[in-house]
Design a protein around this ligand. Structure first.
Ligand code: NAG
Ligand code: NAG
Ligand code: NAG
Ligand code: NAG
Ligand code: NAG
Length: 325
């Protein structure tokens, strides 16, 4: 069990992040990382979303961005506006929740295009602006501050952010560091991989997903290793990995990135609960598509109890609360 004696460890509220959260399909489809759509992901307790944007050929997109996995010929998840519109609906209906969106800007599209997408999807007015590029993690506002301002969507982008142009799209690697992604074997390598600063000032995003190389239409790409999912997403693997990485790097994650978060019968939420020392109430995670032979492990999952999470937050000093995101 994780030690939660220091305040930093105590407030590590892992948010299960749905890796390539628009890449919805059964575990047997090419290029998919999740089998529930974004509304179902958020309803189930996921609080951080990752999207990968590509230059769009769709005239339906005001921003000119489509969400694809690696290449739009492998998996095209539709326009940015369509995806963010569903997020806007959810954010409106859940006024006490704060979510994060991580953008992988694979085609290095100008930040103004992303801004157009957030704006036309109605999500821009809910975004949070730090007022600067980055803050040391201890200086971040609290979740309650964000809820009070009704600015409950924190947006990070890996490359081409520019807060002088679009103030709410924050440079990810000045605020959050990551270990390497697309790893293909356990135990995970937790050395800092992408970072622009020092780990003790920044939040930590743990890439906790296992890939294998596949090839389709002559292109090879990394795909989730679905045969290993029940082990990768198990409570034991997550806690063992988090403990080992914390011994090595000194930090527990603020964000835990997983594929097919619903696989493992809610284990990813249970592991997050254990690390945070908070209680959960079971929530129904919807059944995945009928073509998915592993859907029987979806029942009886746990999700973060928002009331407990908020109670936990308000009991702690303000400065460290954002790490619970
Ligand atoms: C996106 O595609 C359009 C044509 O569809 C092209 O004019 C534009 O230069 C492309 N932008 C980038 C950043 O690749
Ligand atoms: C997500 O899936 C559910 C169940 O199939 C459906 O009712 C809902 O409309 C979908 N939402 C989006 C945004 O696609
Ligand atoms: C672990 O990841 C770091 C950062 O990407 C890398 O420099 C290092 O070579 C990796 N170690 C192993 C054993 O792969
Ligand atoms: C994962 O599933 C396989 C069969 O699909 C089973 O053999 C294995 O024991 C399971 N592992 C865990 C950790 O549940
Ligand atoms: C899933 O979790 C529920 C509730 O804890 C439990 O009753 C059920 O046995 C679990 N199913 C599997 C396949 O582990």
């Amino acid at each position: 069990m994780i030690k939660t004696t220091s305040i930093l460890a105590t407030v590590v509220w892992l948010v299960i992040w749905a890796h390539d959260s628009y890449a919805v399909g059964s575990t047997s489809s090419y290029g998919t990382n999740q089998d529930l759509n974004v509304t179902q992901q958020l309803d189930s307790g996921v609080r951080a979303l990752q999207i990968q944007g590509h230059n769009s050929s769709s005239s339906a997109s005001a921003s000119g961005i489509s969400l694809c996995h690696t290449s739009c010929s492998i998996l095209n998840g539709g326009t940015l506006e369509n995806y963010l519109g569903a997020v806007t609906d959810w954010v409106k209906q859940n006024p006490n929740d704060v979510i994060s969106i991580f953008i992988a800007n694979n085609d290095n599209l100008p930040v103004s295009q992303w801004d157009k997408g957030f704006d036309s999807a109605g999500l821009k007015s809910y975004t949070y602006s730090l007022g600067t590029d980055s803050l040391a993690k201890k200086n971040w506002p609290t979740l309650q501050d964000m809820i009070n301002k009704n600015e409950r969507v924190v947006v990070y982008m890996d490359y081409k952010s520019d807060t002088s142009q679009v103030k709410y799209i924050l440079p990810e690697f000045k605020n959050v560091w990551e270990n390497a992604y697309d790893q293909t074997k356990l135990p995970f390598n937790c050395t800092a991989d992408r970072i622009n600063g020092t780990p003790d000032e920044m939040m930590y995003l743990n890439n906790h997903f296992l890939d294998e190389t596949q090839s389709v239409l002559g292109q090879s790409y990394s795909a989730p290793n679905v045969d290993q999912l029940n082990s990768t997403n198990s409570v034991n693997t997550i806690l063992t990995n988090s403990n080992r990485c914390a011994r090595q790097t000194g930090y527990y994650p603020s964000f835990l990135l997983v594929d097919f978060f619903d696989k493992g019968n809610g284990t990813v939420f249970q592991a997050a609960a254990d690390m945070n020392g908070v209680t959960y109430k079971a929530t129904d995670i919807p059944s995945a598509s009928a073509s998915d032979s592993s859907q029987e492990i979806n029942s009886g999952a746990f999700a973060l109890d928002p009331l407990n999470s908020l109670a936990l937050l308000s009991a702690l000093t303000l400065t460290v609360l954002i790490q619970t995101m």
